[in-house]
Design a protein around this ligand. Structure first.
Ligand SMILES: Nc1ncnc2c1ncn2[C@@H]1O[C@H](COP(=O)(O)OP(=O)(O)OP(=O)(O)O)[C@@H](O)[C@H]1O
Ligand SMILES: [Mg+2]
Length: 335
């Protein structure tokens, strides 16, 4: 097959804020994906998605399939923009469609869908101005997150707040910096889990990954903050979480967590791949924090490949499973 790989590349640019490129992909990831595709005999063209002529590019350079990992650069629907162009041109692509990508990038909207499907998710409130009255049902401690970001952008340990003074002070700072609404959630104390789903005809739920931050005490970080993600593994900074895959759960809890992730994947309408972030509270209830339809695919560092390896699969299997599922879906659509 003739494949185009669409992506946004991580760059070095001191003039941008430190988290500006956090969502984007490294050359290592892009090369790993194209090697995996080439290893099965496909030809692969690399297409950087930050190209204002993308529509005419694809019109003039037809391909059989686009392998899409582009996060997008502008606006609150940025992850949908490459798929929107491809859907307009009737070019098939891997992964979720425009609707699901736009939905999953909006944490509050996603949570409304989850609540409608009776999927537990932390109680929340959206702050647009940052001065709104706190819903009396919301119980401290709370966590503040930009509503329209991923890769933990804007999620620092200071966003964990234990009283109203700290909440409003931090809301002001974050709205000033990120120029967008903030979602405030009840902080779920408990085990951090993430669940990968890979569709290959039927949905395969990969072994659950547990991320234990108790080994990061020296850093002062205690959840999957931006610093934790950005500098993961840095021993000098003490940012060395311990991964357990499969997670240390009893059978009943494991089943419940997997069912919850699958329900989330279906509720948001994801295709081919997703990673659902969950916190298990002290009563064993899995609370869904969010779903990532474009999870990081770095072969050495990202969470998703760790779960793939624990399932006994290779990186090449992961990439080609995504491709084949997208291809089968296309055949059904045309059939
Ligand atoms: N309600 C919560 N209770 C406890 N911890 C939370 C909560 N919300 C977020 N966190 C912590 O912050 C991390 C990042 O939050 P979240 O997954 O919502 O953001 P994200 O930026 O979309 O993440 P990703 O990097 O996976 O795209 C979580 O993995 C978790 O450690
Ligand atoms: Mg997350």
């Amino acid at each position: 097959m003739k494949i185009a790989l669409t992506y946004n590349l991580k760059k070095e640019d001191e003039s941008k804020p430190p988290d500006y490129f956090s969502e984007f992909d490294s050359e290592e990831t892009i090369n790993a994906i194209s090697s995996a595709l080439r290893s099965r005999g496909h030809s692969v063209a690399h297409v950087e998605a930050d190209n204002p002529n993308l529509l005419s590019f694809f019109k003039n350079n037809p391909v059989d399939m686009v392998f899409n990992i582009a996060e997008g650069t502008r606006g609150k629907f940025r992850e949908s923009q490459v798929p929107a162009i491809l859907e307009y041109l009737n070019i098939p692509h891997t992964g979720s469609d425009t609707f699901s990508l736009a939905l999953a990038l909006n944490k509050a909207m996603t949570k409304k869908i989850l609540i409608a499907d009776n999927i537990p998710t932390p109680r929340f409130q959206v702050f647009v101005k940052g001065t709104e009255t706190l819903d009396p049902q919301m119980c401290f401690p709370l966590i503040i997150k930009p509503n329209l970001e991923g890769s933990a952008k804007g999620i620092m340990k200071e966003n964990f707040v234990s009283d109203a003074t700290a909440l409003y002070r931090r809301l002001k700072e974050l709205i000033g910096r990120y120029h967008q609404e903030m979602i405030v959630e009840e902080f779920i104390e408990g085990t951090e889990l993430t669940v990968g789903i890979l569709e290959n005809g039927t949905a395969t739920i990969l072994p659950i990954l547990e991320i234990d931050f108790s080994t990061c005490a020296k850093s002062g970080e205690f959840f999957y903050s931006w610093r934790m993600k950005e500098f993961q593994g840095d021993e000098a900074k003490g940012l060395t979480p311990t991964f357990h895959c499969p997670a240390r759960l009893d059978k009943a809890t494991e089943t419940l967590v997997k069912e919850t992730a699958l329900k989330t994947h279906r509720a948001v309408g994801c295709y081919d791949i997703s990673r659902t972030d969950i916190r298990l509270n002290k009563h064993g209830i899995p609370y869904v924090l969010e779903i990532n339809p474009l999870p990081g695919l770095n072969p050495k560092e990202s969470n998703f490949p760790l779960m793939v390896y624990a399932a006994g699969m290779k990186y090449e299997d992961l990439i080609n499973s995504i491709l084949m599922n997208a291809f089968q879906r296309r055949k059904m659509k045309n059939g």
